[in-house]
Design a protein around this ligand. Structure first.
Ligand SMILES: Nc1ncnc2c1ncn2[C@@H]1O[C@H](COP(=O)(O)OP(=O)(O)OP(=O)(O)O)[C@@H](O)[C@H]1O
Length: 655
């Protein structure tokens, strides 16, 4: 029996049990977030707090809409206001019609009496519909225009923030919140505000008509619409708070989903049988999401139930009061009939207005997320020393020449959120015409130093000086042109081979001869001319006639891109030959050696044979520079470099 049970258990999919076990230990994002600042304020927002925020939000929406399309903004708003006037006219005409129809006398006479008012009613109703149509047209055209503007600003900032912003999870959450809903909400806010103005105009119009019919009807209008409005406001509030607390988890979920349906992870996922684990993680995440959804639905349903009950009672009360007024002779039958029409239209308009108020406030909250992202991004852009620290005037305004010497002066660096330094007090001088090699074990800080030299990060302390000028204090636009980098993480641009190389200096005019010579120098030319479409070959299997490359082929293309950019300044190559075959590696190193005496080269390599010709070799250990000299001197010194070199040499000798 026990054996049977064991067999049976083996048939039950493992994933189910592992996903349960993995839940807490693997995925911190399972917990809802509490970092957001205005969640509680959102959940408990009173109507008056919302009302107080409305003018600000309306102003904000108006500014955004105006900037995107002033003519459409004015058209949408003005036509809605005029349509409101037509509404009042139509309602007052209804009163005249009913008064005439319910008056004593012969039927034909009463119909004839109602004729002029009926004509006014028809013209006013027609005008209102026509204006509404044109206003809707303007409003709909406004939406894509606002969206395009908002999106352009978003990507301007995401591409301008310093590289370090992407190492900060709080910034990643803000980007996600903004992209996921915040940006859309900017567009929606504009629509909401137009709806709000329309709703307000309609309510004022109906209110004016009601006040003319009988002033006592006005409070009845409010009483009937308020409970539903309250429920709508609270429901949206609950949804917002829930959404905000789930931003990180959704980011994680999206990442898992991408890896389960992506061609780059497809092979690894199968080879390592990683799919059950990923699906387990995904299931646990989805589980948490569904639980959060259910909780919101429960609370929203309760809220709506309370609102609808109260609204039903209020509407019954309104009609009871109207009936009482009729019985007591406070209003004649004709007025009462007009009041019923006006009240029905009025409560519809009130409900629309409250929904618009709520939508405006609600989208306003998501817009705050977007505003938080904008603020954070702008702060990070502004918080760069070249924008804040005083620098020599000539250094700030004129482009720097290619440096003769680059001094790394007591540089330490710590990644955001880390509690240890990746680099500690590194001092190094790189001279024009020389090759400097950075070597050391994995994680010793070589790439970090390369990124600092390339100006992608700024030192936590210490300075990097170009001929005595601290480049941290100079606008990167004035010196980045002298830097070219072949990164360890090869960027697989999914464009044509030519564009993939050209992107090394995207803003310069295309120089086909230069593209070809860069490809030749990187050992990529023959490979490219061998493609069906040569330099015009699309490097993306996801599109028609696209192809993919091998790891080494991508690396050749990356080197070609770096060499295309290079203009004899500083070229940094981070493991440029890791995936290359012997022939391509030899060609690349010959190219790099050819720079000797004229340009500055920094090369990171684990293959020490490739760096023996370097003018100086810097050895990094746990973020510290421990040895610095030429190959022969370092070998003679018998330190860490000598040990590593011996080890590598021995492992290449046949036993
Ligand atoms: N973006 C990052 N955020 C946080 N820590 C990082 C980041 N990049 C690197 N590190 C850490 O900084 C340290 C130095 O990493 P670095 O990439 O500079 O090493 P390396 O010497 O280039 O290693 P390798 O030989 O493996 O390429 C490591 O401990 C690494 O975990």
């Amino acid at each position: 029996m026990r054996r049977y049970l064991r067999r049976l258990r083996a048939f039950i999919p493992r994933q189910r049990s592992t996903s349960g076990r993995l839940k807490r230990e693997e995925l911190p994002e399972l917990e809802d977030l509490a970092w957001y600042s205005h969640a509680e304020q959102a959940e408990n927002a009173s109507f008056w707090r919302m009302a107080r925020r409305l003018p600000g939000l309306m102003g904000q929406a108006f500014r955004v809409a105006w900037a995107a399309a002033p003519a459409m903004t004015v058209t949408a708003l003005a036509l809605n206001v005029v349509a409101g006037v037509a509404t009042t006219t139509a309602l007052l005409a209804v009163t005249d019609v009913t008064m005439a129809l319910f008056a004593p006398g012969a039927t034909w006479d009463r119909v004839v009496d109602a004729g002029p008012a009926l004509l006014v009613l028809a013209v006013a109703a027609g005008t209102r519909s026509g204006l509404g149509l044109v206003a809707g047209w303007a409003q709909q055209r406004l939406e894509p225009l606002v969206h395009n503007r908002t999106e352009a600003e978003f990507f301007r900032l995401t591409t301008q923030v310093p590289r370090s912003a992407f190492d900060d999870d709080a910034f990643a959450d803000r980007i996600e919140a903004s992209r996921n809903r915040g940006m859309r909400s900017v567009v929606m806010l504009v629509t909401d505000v137009v709806d709000l103005v329309t709703g307000l105009v309609t309510v004022i119009a109906v209110g004016a008509a009601l006040a003319v019919i009988h002033p006592a009807l006005l409070p009845l209008l409010f009483a009937a619409a308020l409970p539903t409005g309250w429920a709508a406001v609270r429901s949206a509030r609950l949804q917002y708070v829930s959404n905000r607390s789930r931003v990180s988890r959704r980011r994680r979920l999206w990442m898992l989903e991408m890896h389960m349906a992506d061609r780059y992870s497809a092979a690894d996922l199968r080879l390592h049988e990683a799919a059950p684990w990923l699906r387990g993680q995904h299931a646990a995440m989805v589980d948490a999401e569904t639980r959060a959804d259910f909780e919101v639905i429960r609370r929203q349903t309760l809220t709506r139930a309370v609102g609808q009950t109260a609204s039903g009672v209020a509407v019954a009360g309104v009609y009871a009061v109207l009936l009482w007024m009729l019985i007591e002779g406070v209003v004649p039958l004709g007025i009462a009939a007009a009041a019923v029409v006006a009240l029905q239209q009025g409560s519809g308009a009130m409900a629309n207005l409250l929904v618009a108020v709520n939508q405006t406030y609600d989208d306003g909250l998501y817009v705050s997320d977007h505003a938080e992202f904008l603020e954070m991004a702008k702060e990070r852009i502004a918080d760069q020393p070249h924008l804040t620290a005083p620098a020599p005037v000539e250094a700030r305004t004129a482009a720097l020449p290619a440096p003769e010497t680059i001094e790394v002066e007591g540089v330490s660096f710590r990644y955001p959120g880390k509690d240890v330094d990746a680099l500690t007090d590194v001092c190094l001088t790189v001279r024009r015409g020389e090759t400097t090699a950075l070597v050391g074990e994995n994680g010793s800080g070589k790439s970090t130093l390369a990124h600092l030299l390339a100006g992608l990060y700024r030192p936590t302390s210490g300075r990097i000086l170009w001929d005595g000028v601290d480049i941290g204090e100079v606008d990167p636009a004035l010196w980045r042109t002298h830097i070219s980098m072949v990164s360890q993480q090869v960027m697989r641009w999914p464009f044509t081979a030519e564009i993939a190389i050209r992107l090394g200096r995207a803003s310069a005019p295309v120089d086909r001869d230069r593209i070809e010579s860069a490809a030749k120098a990187a050992g990529a030319h023959e490979m490219i001319t061998g493609f069906d479409n040569g330099y015009r070959q699309l490097l993306d299997r996801m599109f028609k006639e696209g192809t993919d490359l091998s790891g080494g082929q991508w690396q050749r293309l990356a080197s070609a891109r770096g060499l295309y950019r290079d203009e004899g300044g500083l070229l940094i190559c981070d493991e440029p030959s890791a995936a290359l075959d012997a022939k391509a590696e030899a060609a690349l190193f010959a190219t790099l050696r050819g720079r000797s005496g004229r340009a500055t080269t920094v090369i990171i390599s684990h293959r020490l044979q490739g760096v023996v010709h370097a003018d100086q070799i810097a050895v990094l250990e746990e973020g510290r520079l421990t040895e610095l000299d030429g190959h022969a001197a370092l070998l003679a010194a018998g330190g860490a470099y000598a040990e590593l070199f011996e080890l590598q040499s021995r492992s290449y000798v046949a036993e």
